[in-house]
Design a protein around this ligand. Sequence first.
Ligand SMILES: Nc1ncnc2c1ncn2[C@@H]1O[C@H](COP(=O)(O)OP(=O)(O)OP(=O)(O)O)[C@@H](O)[C@H]1O
Ligand SMILES: [Mg+2]
Length: 234
Amino acid sequence: MKNVVAPVKNVVAAQDAFDNLCNRSLGVPGIGLIHGETGYGKTTAVTYLFNQVNGIYVRALSADTPSSLLGRVMGELGAQPMARTARMVDYILEHMSMYERPLFIDEADYLMDDVKLLETVRDLYDCTEVPVVLIGMDQIARRISTRRQFFNRISEWVEFKPADLEDVQIAADAMLDDGIGIDVDLLDELRRQAKGEMRTIAIGLDKIERLAKANELDCVTLAHWGSQPFKNNR
Ligand SMILES: Nc1ncnc2c1ncn2[C@@H]1O[C@H](COP(=O)(O)OP(=O)(O)OP(=O)(O)O)[C@@H](O)[C@H]1O
Ligand SMILES: [Mg+2]
């Protein structure tokens, strides 16, 4: 399979939202939130975005403190963490502003447990006004709405939805090796069994492609596939 990001609807929505953040009018706040269930493709979409804009990407950890999170941002900037949090903030602010480098924080659910962490991120945004994008699971949208000062700075929300048949088709077109096709009935069965989750869809497409190669098939149908599962651990 090709190692590409398929332009499914969630990816396009994330791209549009990010473009809006970058091109927003004066006075419109610049924090974005991407949320949705596990395996829907959030991290993949964000990887695609930040690579285009030389963004800074960090993953929050459950044990994070402001100092440890900022230390990882420093690492992404190619610098060593510093002993004093305030100095790291200064350094990061300077880099974000000077080079207009948006900040992406994945697994941002972990920020919700700690007001200090959330305030640190808000400081980075307020002092630079460079876009900051948080990526989290479904609960994040509800939890963030209780943090008013943060919530009010969010101007773009994207909820990742389960892939529909059109998305599975787009993924197959983008990811399968040239010369291999999948019949629409089999794509729909994959969508149904995967419940629209991109992680399982990617695994299923890979397995179908192997079957096509092993049997020299140009187009794999439901009849070729039979009733085998798309994932081994079902
Ligand atoms: N647009 C896409 N194009 C190609 N592959 C994709 C796409 N979206 C997701 N995938 C595949 O699905 C896998 C899971 O996606 P990803 O890790 O982005 O999900 P997630 O929403 O971040 O999940 P989690 O909440 O568990 O972190 C990826 O490793 C990749 O193989
Ligand atoms: Mg992820």
